[in-house]
Design a binder for this molecule. Structure first.
Ligand SMILES: [Zn+2]
Length: 327
């Protein structure tokens, strides 16, 4: 008798082309996609709820620019996914926003040291944080989902030098960040304070999500993310702010992929489940065929990870027929 192993978690970022699927007549096609995903043993999906350009995938009170206008995308995929016993964790791109949105909220802008405002909101802005939390609440309150999955929960690069950040830090420490030139204790303290803004925000969203007994997860960069984009996810893991984590695996060399898995595991250990993201097709590259995808999955299994998440659906679809026979 074969010992029953605990089920491998297989996720997919559920992105669909609005130009093709934005019609009630296409819902059968979406159903068919789920049938294929269930044959592949997919156990959870991450449908986009808000993207990096402030567009939403459901009718929102707060953001009016909808990607799918003729169907409620989030509601449709949530319903079908549950028919297939898949968990639904809407993907929420947090700090990244569209140009129009930022024009309406210039005071919320993440600002680099030279004063350039980015299409990102500043993580220390209380108003911006409240706005983002309202959207999270809206999704949680209106959809029968299993969790929220954060993305773009980071800076665009480096730290924010907006008036709010610099004055808050100055009143706290007496140090004006604009006057710190060299790398040392003061600069370290400034960066650490910035990381804490994002970490505290993850904590705040966690309170909202956990109050409803839902799970919180996040897509994160590699272990150097706390330096690149002030994303201190090792701290989020240690403090158990997340229920599971999806570190990036967007590399197109098996050696590099193994290295990332090893380094992430040193940080994550068994504190929370880690499902590495396999970049079937991303802005960084793509994996050519199902057999190559299996080589990535073999590495995930060799290191004893409980699962993996494919990015994203359009890249995965052409490979499913081959992949379902060998996975
Ligand atoms: Zn700022």
């Amino acid at each position: 008798m074969v010992m029953k192993m605990s089920k491998e978690v297989r996720g997919v970022y559920f992105h669909l082309d609005a130009q093709v699927y934005d019609s009630p007549r296409k819902i059968q096609d979406i159903e068919n996609i789920f049938k294929e995903l269930s044959e592949l043993g997919i156990t959870l999906i991450f449908p986009l709820a808000k993207n990096t350009r402030s567009q939403v995938y459901y009718p929102s009170r707060f953001l009016k620019n909808r990607v799918f206008k003729n169907i409620n995308f989030l509601d449709t995929v949530t319903r079908i996914a549950h028919e297939y016993n898949m968990e639904v964790h809407p993907q929420y791109c947090v700090f990244s926003h569209g140009e129009d949105f930022m024009k309406n909220h210039p005071e919320w802008a993440f600002t680099d040291r030279s004063g350039v405002k980015k299409n990102f909101v500043c993580p220390s802005s209380i108003e911006a944080r409240e706005f983002e939390k309202d959207i999270v609440r809206e999704i949680i309150d209106n959809y029968d989902i299993d969790g929220i999955s954060l993305d773009y929960i980071r800076s665009p690069h480096g730290v924010c030098y907006c008036e709010k950040c610099t004055s808050k830090f100055k009143s706290l420490t007496g140090i004006d960040p604009n006057k710190i030139e060299d790398w040392g204790d003061e600069m370290y303290g400034w960066w650490e304070w910035q990381r804490l803004q994002i970490t505290n925000f993850v904590d705040e969203i966690g309170e909202i999500v956990h109050e409803k007994n839902l799970k919180l997860s996040a897509y994160v960069w590699t272990t150097s993310a706390r330096w690149d984009v002030i994303q201190d996810w090792p701290a989020w893991v240690r403090r158990k702010l997340l229920d599971f984590i999806i570190p990036t695996g967007y590399v197109y060399s098996l050696d590099m992929f193994s290295k990332i898995v090893r380094e992430d595991l040193i940080v994550v250990r068994n504190i929370i489940p880690m499902y590495i993201c396999i970049g079937v097709r991303t802005s960084h590259g793509f994996i050519e065929n199902a057999f190559k995808v299996m080589q990535y999955i073999d590495i995930v299994r060799r290191y004893g990870l409980p699962g993996y998440v494919f990015f994203s659906l359009p890249g995965l679809l052409p490979l499913i027929n081959d992949l379902k026979n060998i996975i």
